[in-house]
Design a binder for this molecule. Structure first.
Ligand code: C2E
Ligand code: MG
Ligand code: MG
Length: 690
């Protein structure tokens, strides 16, 4: 089936065409009616002529026929010359012989042959009409009259009439066309206006445009509906634009969060990784070298610990500003976390240029920093590597720059190094540890040991300190003093700490079946308390354990307590509320100020083993130990001595008023399996047997 073609002509054109067709049809019908009327009139007139003439001629020619007077008959017929329609006529006697005849002169031959034996009636055809009439005298026939009227003049009349009608039609059409056009204009004008506005809306995307169409009720309704629709569209458009704006702003904000460090406003590690990829890709494509500098601050931890986190953040911001200044802009500068920064230089960097930048950075960063009323000094250790000149892969590039940075640190800090082949063993060990730590927990390389804490007077085991152990598959056993700082730096301390807490709590629950009063101490790193998200699982582990209040104690280092912000206090209170006891580990070595002791909800002070060992050597050492014990007593918290290695240590501590302690004299840290039997023994004998 053929699809109907869409109408392409305008409504105005269609209306005009329709009007003209209508006019033509009406005029044609009119012309036909006039023509028919004309024919009818002609026929009636011919009939009348025939009737009148035949009657008159028949009456006049009676005598001529009775007397067979051919001359008179001729004369009578010749008088017909005055009637232009009569073509011919003839008179016949009763026998049918012609008596007289008449044929109009100057005419073409008549159409009919007049016959004397014809019946008295009328004979029609296209050319003319012949009337036969009996001539009578006193109702007695005396002869026959035949008279023909031609139709040609009638035809001429008809043609003239039709010609006239044609002329009138043409004139009427000429008049009607502009009239129809005007009418179509008037009807379609509002529609055209609407079409124009719609077209403009489409082209300009301007939803404020409105139609002013009017003229008829329907046009006004249409225009109103259109305008209402446009008003709604405009409203939606405004809403949509606003929503898009909001979304764009949110995207920018998300982008900021994802790519910027909120302390220094520099780019962050996430951005840095992308920059590294882009730099490697571009160096490979163009052959122009790019360079990477790792910057690690020396002495930042001390500033942070002594002046507080706010001052630490301020210092990091100033470091960022100096980097940006030396490098003439923030492009390629990022803070990777903590006190680590990185710089990427691309677009064809030479070794000399890189050395120049590194030296400039070292100089700029060691200038003093004004932190409020205080002044602080830090320096930077910087390691650099060029790609592809000094590294053949992305990973090697990062690794080499990192190693060079450690080399700068190992060489005495406050300096820079570029990558060279053959690194010092400490640096590769550091890298090995860092990589190893990332998989240690998942690979089950970690386990816990427990060092008993005893009552110095009775020797009975009162508690256990859980200590983390790591067996590296290649390096063997690694000391916590070595790996814990690295685990803190790379963040894996958070999952590790949580794992060890759960593990230790589980063990404690088992052992309390043997020794119901047993306590557990767990070391916790400051990194585990930096935000509520890491704090919550720690509290949850305690709540889940069902253990009584203070059965588990968290050992915090003094450095953590430097931050006396309301947030930190609230976090410690949260830990207390969850049921933890809080101990200060290695007390006495960290800070001169004791002010913080007052503010924190602690339950235990642990005397660092350095003081225990110094007790016997100098009077000063003994005085310090005594002072710490006195502080503990004044604060009504428990005092625990660490690193008791001899009976003499234990005796002296007891004399100074310390009641609890731990150390090799009693027991080294024990594997979990050894703890049970020792506990049973301690319960049985009431005192510790080493
Ligand atoms: P700490 O908490 O002060 O632990 C006491 C350290 O002294 C332990 O070393 C222990 O083995 C050692 N020790 C015990 N008795 C004696 C003694 O009589 N003489 C001497 N010289 N040392 C003794 P370890 O296990 O090597 O742990 C070192 C440090 O690593 C711990 O010091 C603690 O700060 C940290 N650490 C250990 N385990 C963890 C842990 O699970 N999490 C966190 N955050 N830190 C931990
Ligand atoms: Mg400890
Ligand atoms: Mg300690």
């Amino acid at each position: 089936m053929a699809a109907s073609r869409p109408e392409r002509r305008s409504i105005r054109r269609q209306l005009t065409d329709m009007g003209l067709r209508l006019t033509t049809t009406v005029l044609a019908l009119l012309a036909l009616a006039v023509a028919l009327h004309e024919v009818y009139n002609r026929v009636a007139s011919v009939r009348a002529t025939l009737d009148t003439q035949t009657r008159m001629v028949a009456a006049n020619s009676t005598a001529a026929l009775v007397f067979n007077n051919a001359g008179e008959a001729h004369e009578i017929l010749a008088s017909l010359a005055s009637l232009p329609d009569v073509q011919q006529a003839a008179l016949f006697d009763l026998a049918g012989h012609p008596v007289a005849g008449y044929v109009r002169e100057g005419q073409s031959a008549p159409c009919h042959t007049l016959r004397g034996d014809h019946r008295p009636d009328t004979d029609w055809d296209w050319c003319g009409v012949v009337a036969y009439r009996t001539v009578s005298l006193h109702a007695r026939p005396v002869g026959l009259l035949a008279l023909e009227v031609g139709l040609r003049p009638a035809y001429v009349q008809l043609v003239l009439a039709l010609g006239f009608i044609g002329l009138v039609t043409v004139a009427a059409m000429a008049l009607a066309a502009p009239l129809w056009r005007r009418l179509a204009d008037r009807l379609t004008q509002p529609l055209s206006e609407l079409v124009q506005v719609t077209e403009r809306v489409r082209q300009e995307q301007n939803y404020r445009l409105r139609s002013a169409a009017s003229g008829s009720m329907e046009a006004a309704v249409l225009a109103n509906a259109f305008n209402e629709m446009m008003a709604q569209l405009e409203k939606r458009d405004v809403q949509l634009t606003e929503e898009l704006d909001q979304r764009r702003r949110a995207e920018v904000r998300l982008n900021d969060l994802a790519y910027f460090d909120n302390v220094t406003a520099l780019h962050n590690r996430h951005y840095f990784k992308e920059r590294v990829d882009a730099a490697v890709e571009s160096a490979r494509r163009t052959g122009a070298s790019c360079a990477l500098l790792y910057i690690d601050l020396d002495g930042f931890k001390q500033v942070n610990d002594t002046l507080g986190h706010e001052a630490g953040d301020e210092l990091l911001t100033q470091v960022g500003a100096r980097l940006v200044e030396v490098l003439h802009g923030p492009t390629g500068v990022a803070r990777l976390g903590g006190d680590e920064f990185a710089v990427i230089l691309d677009g064809g960097v030479t070794t000399e240029q890189l050395e120049g930048v590194a030296a400039k950075l070292v100089r700029a960063l060691r200038e003093p920093y004004a932190l409020g009323a205080r002044t602080a000094w830090v320096s930077a250790s910087i390691g650099g590597c060029l790609f592809p000149d000094q590294a053949d892969s992305r990973e090697a590039w990062l690794r080499h720059a990192d190693s060079a940075m450690y080399e700068a640190k190992a060489a005495g800090k406050n300096g820079w190094r570029l990558h060279q082949r053959g690194l010092s063993p400490e640096i590769s060990r550091h890298q090995q540890l860092e990589q190893g730590l990332r998989v240690a927990l998942g690979d089950g390389q970690l386990h816990l040991v427990y060092q008993p804490r005893v009552d110095l007077a009775s020797g009975q085991i009162m508690g256990l300190e859980a200590l983390l152990r790591w067996h590296h598959p290649e390096l063997g056993s690694v000391a916590p003093d070595e790996f814990i700082p690295i685990a803190e730096a790379i963040g894996v301390i958070v999952p590790m700490g949580l794992w060890m807490l759960r593990e230790a709590v589980q063990q404690l629950t088992e052992w309390r079946a043997v020794a119901p009063e047993l306590h557990l101490s767990v070391n916790i790193s400051a990194r585990q308390l930096t935000d509520d998200a890491t704090l919550e699982p720690i509290c949850q582990a305690m709540r889940d354990s069902g253990l009584p209040l203070h059965a588990v104690e968290l050992e915090l280092t003094e450095s953590l307590l430097v931050d006396r912000s309301p947030t930190m206090l609230a976090r410690l209170a949260t830990l207390r509320d969850a049921g933890f006891g809080l101990a200060i580990d290695d007390f006495g070595i960290g800070y001169s100020s004791l002010a913080y002791l007052d503010s924190f909800p602690i339950t235990t002070l642990k005397i660092d083993r350095a003081f225990v060992q110094a007790m016997h050597d100098t009077a000063r050492g003994k005085a310090i130990a005594r002072a710490i014990i006195a502080i503990g007593q004044a604060l009504r918290v428990e005092v625990v001595a660490e690193g008791i290695e001899t009976q003499a240590d234990a005796d002296l501590l007891l004399r100074l008023g310390c009641r609890r302690g731990q150390g090799y004299w009693y027991s080294p840290p024990l594997a979990a399996a050894e703890v049970g039997p020792r506990l049973a023994q301690s319960q049985r004998e009431g005192r510790w047997q080493s």
